[in-house]
Structures are given as structure tokens and as C-alpha cells.
Design a binder for this molecule. Structure first.
Ligand SMILES: [Zn+2]
Length: 457
């Protein structure tokens, strides 16, 4: 049957292609880029007003334009494939993860044999083998492992991340690359950031021109803080199945130590089974229904199911923006697209506005208003809970009598212990005065944020 002939046909087609490539002395066999040429080499009603059809644009995409893709997961696989097939060849990809079996249903550059290998490397190999001439360079690293000089080499950066912290860090990095002369932004220092995000059936795609249009931190209120249930609800007044699961996870696990000192591993089915069983007992006690194994796993691992089609739509929107900006042939998205197909299909574009006093991109000093009798703990909580700051583990330092003084730092245990007593002291007791500058470092930004303390009465 036809099935048996397929491999032979496929083999011949590949031989054919290889031969053509050899004849042309390169990878660009006749007609290879016709689909891209249609957009770049002829005028059209949707083209940018300044657009002049030319052949140089395609040459720029093929030979010069350097793109960085952050993340080689659900969005990353789609982005790499789309960009490579649109003519981009100099692509770098950064991802710190390895492939898990649960990724295979949608992260289509990976196969069962790749489980356990770095996503960036497998994705790069796949694209490079499949798309002749494409040179994807993988980096099995964290974005924080690279400095300015690495990021500066790219024309455009595309993010396909699931972490808001990583997104904010990347945003902060691109803002730190901006140079100003007499307060005027040097446009050549701007690296456009295209950001895609998905959550179940919802997604968004946005274009950020750092220093010119709304950045990630300008619109931080759009990302609600992760919902954590109040401990008192979990401990004594559960109403939802999630409360029962959290009870088993947070309170019973460390108390009953079902697997000795081992901490709870969301990927270990025995662990989930234990939490599931305990959650059912708890739910029965309070007449709560709806605890399932799947929900238990979801709550423990904090997962929202990934939907392949949402990733495909969002990555397509992002790739299109990369193409528009790289070619200057079309007007880019201005600047935020939302997509939702939970019930039917809804999509909408709006212009997110810059925030005048954005802590990341505004260059306006940040004010902290507190009475002198406020405790440092209150300042710390403000930095973490304020909707437009949402810091994770802020480290606060200041200068007192010409010396640097760490007021509080969480990430190093010995310093945390030494500085913890400061949290209960008032600002006056700490020797801080009105107008004092506080420097705050946090995982959400590569740069220290400066705050000015304004005493209120
Ligand atoms: Zn901003």
C-alpha cells in the first residue's frame, strides 16, 4: 500500500532537494523564498507608508538579522519553526530546562528519545537539520547567566516564557541597554522586545520598544499576583477542594512525613497519591466535593493546562511582529493583542500606555511615603504587595554616614539572620532620615531600583 511507498518517496524528495541545493551552490534553491518575496518585493495596501519594494530586505533577513528567542518550550518551538521558515537564519535560543515526557504533546521539536536532554539543544538541532541554511545556536542556560554584551548583539528579542519574573528581568535588561544623551533617547540603543504569553485558552502578544512604549513593568497590574489561600482558611475554614489539598500539602506533609525527610515532589505519583488521599479525608470532614487526583496534581504543581492551539496562535502573532519589524515593510502591532478562545473566539488589540513613574523604564525617582515610626517590615511588605512593584525577595541597602549598610537581605542565610532584627525596628531607629535613598535589589530586575524615602507625618 501507499504506506510502504512513503519512505521511498520521501527519500527521493530529499535527494532531489539536496541535488538542487548543490547545483545552486547554496541553500536557496529556485523559488525557495517566494512566499516571503510576495511581502517584500511588491507594494500592497497594507504596507508601511514608507515602504519601497526591494530585494535587500530579504537579504537582510537571510544574512544579517540576528534574533534571540527566549524559551524553547510550547511557545519557543512554534517561534523557532515560524522564524526559520520565514527566512531568519541567525537565531539564538536560551532555555534552562530539560525535556519532560509531558512536553511531547505540544513541543513538537522533541521526541521520546530526547526526554532528559536540554530543550534548547534539541530544538536547535531539529531546526538546523530540517531547514537547510538555518543556524540556530542553543544556550542551555538561564537568561541571568548572560550580560549586556550578549544581549546587545541582537536586532530583536522574542520571549516565549511562562515566568513573569523572567519576563521582568529581560525587560529590565533591555531598558538598561538604552542610552540617553541630554535626556534624549538614542534610537539605535533600542532593541525591540516581542513578548508572548499563554495560559490555557488565553494568550497575549505584545510589542515593546523599550524607553518608547509601555514596558512589562508599566502594565504590571495586568498580571495578578499568584493566588495563595490564606492560611487560616486552609487550617480551619476550608470551602473549596483546593483548600483541602493545600491543607494536606502545607500542613500534613511536614507533620506526618510520609516519606521521611523527602520534600514533596509534584512529579512523584506516590507523593501525589498520598496528598490526594489525605485531601479526600479532609474534604469529607467538611462536606466538600470535587477533590480529584488531577486537581491534586494541578494544585501541588500549580499548573494551568497548556493548550497547543493557543501557543500556535500567539507564537504566530509574535513571529509576524518580528517579521514586520525586521523588514520595516509593515506597521507593527500597537501594541498589545489579547486572544481568548475559552468560549467562542475573542481577540482585541489596544495600546497599553507607558506609566509615568514606572519603576523600570521611567527614570523618575521612586518615592516611598512612610511615617518615621513605620517599621522596616512595612516597607518590605509594600515592595512585595504593591501592584506596580510586586517584588519577590527585595534586598534593601542604604548609605549611612558614608558607609553602605544592608538593612535587610533574604537570599543569603547568614545575612538574613543578621539583618532580620532590623525588620522590627522603626525607620528612625535604623538611623534613616527624610529624603534618604534606599537601593533595592530583586530577582525581578537586573538593576538596583532607587527609592527616596519621604517621611509623612
Ligand atoms: Zn515601564
Amino acid at each position: 500500500m501507499a504506506d510502504a511507498e512513503l519512505p521511498e518517496k520521501k527519500r527521493r524528495r530529499i535527494e532531489d532537494l539536496t541535488e538542487k541545493m548543490a547545483v545552486d551552490g547554496g541553500y536557496d534553491w529556485d523559488g525557495r523564498w517566494n512566499h516571503v518575496r510576495k511581502f517584500l518585493e511588491r507594494p500592497g495596501p497594507f504596507a508601511h507608508p514608507d515602504f519601497e519594494p526591494c530585494t535587500e530586505s530579504l537579504q537582510f533577513l537571510l544574512e544579517m538579522c540576528k534574533i534571540l528567542v527566549i524559551g524553547a518550550g510550547g511557545l519557543g518551538c512554534e517561534l523557532l519553526k515560524n522564524l526559520a521558515l520565514s527566512g531568519f537564519r541567525l537565531i539564538h535560543v536560551v532555555d534552562m530546562d530539560t525535556i519532560d515526557i509531558s512536553n511531547l504533546n505540544r513541543q513538537f521539536l522533541f521526541r521520546p528519545k530526547d526526554v532528559g536532554r536540554p530543550k534548547a539543544e534539541v530544538a536547535a538541532d531539529f531546526i538546523n537539520n530540517r531547514i537547510p541554511g538555518c543556524k540556530v545556536v542553543p544556550h542551555y542556560k538561564k537568561i541571568q547567566d548572560f550580560d549586556e554584551s550578549f544581549y546587545r548583539q541582537f536586532h530583536i528579542i522574542v520571549c516565549g516564557l511562562d515566568s513573569i519574573i523572567a519576563r521582568r528581568w529581560m525587560n529590565g535588561m533591555l531598558i538598561s541597554l538604552l542610552s540617553y544623551e541630554d535626556g534624549v533617547l538614542d534610537p539605535s540603543s533600542i532593541i525591540p522586545l516581542i513578548d508572548g504569553g499563554t495560559e490555557g485558552f488565553k494568550g497575549n502578544s505584545r510589542v515593546i520598544l523599550p524607553g518608547m512604549t509601555a514596558c512589562i513593568d508599566c502594565t504590571l497590574e495586568l498580571y495578578p499576583p499568584q493566588i495563595n489561600f490564606p492560611m487560616c482558611t486552609i487550617a480551619s475554614m476550608p470551602r473549596l477542594p483546593e483548600h483541602c489539598i493545600e491543607y494536606a500539602r502545607i500542613l500534613l506533609w511536614p507533620k506526618e512525613k510520609p516519606f521521611g525527610e523527602t520534600s514533596l515532589d509534584g512529579d512523584n505519583p506516590e507523593h501525589i497519591q498520598w496528598v490526594f488521599k489525605k485531601s479526600i479525608e479532609r474534604a469529607a470532614e467538611f462536606h466538600i466535593t470535587g477533590v480529584t487526583y488531577r486537581l491534586t496534581q494541578g494544585v501541588v504543581k500549580r499548573i494551568i493546562p497548556a493548550v497547543a492551539s493557543t501557543n500556535a496562535v500567539i507564537a504566530a502573532a509574535c513571529s509576524l511582529e518580528v517579521f514586520k519589524i525586521a523588514s520595516s515593510a509593515y506597521i507593527p502591532l500597537n501594541n498589545y493583542l489579547v486572544f481568548n478562545d475559552v468560549d467562542g473566539l475573542y481577540t482585541y488589540t489596544f495600546e497599553a500606555e507607558r506609566k509615568e513613574n514606572c519603576s523600570a523604564c521611567s527614570q523618575v525617582p521612586q518615592n516611598l511615603q512612610f511615617p518615621p515610626s513605620a517599621k522596616l517590615q512595612e516597607v518590605l511588605e509594600y515592595l512585595m504587595e504593591n501592584a506596580s512593584l510586586q517584588m519577590k525577595s527585595p534586598a534593601i541597602t542604604t548609605t549611612l554616614e558614608g558607609k553602605n549598610k544592608t538593612l535587610y537581605l533574604q537570599s543569603v542565610k547568614s545575612i538574613e539572620e543578621r539583618t532580620k532584627p532590623n525588620l522590627c525596628k522603626t525607620l528612625t531607629e535604623l538611623g534613616l532620615s527624610d529624603g534618604q535613598e534606599l537601593a533595592v535589589a530583586d530577582v525581578t530586575t537586573p538593576q538596583t531600583v532607587l527609592f527616596k524615602l519621604n517621611f509623612t507625618t
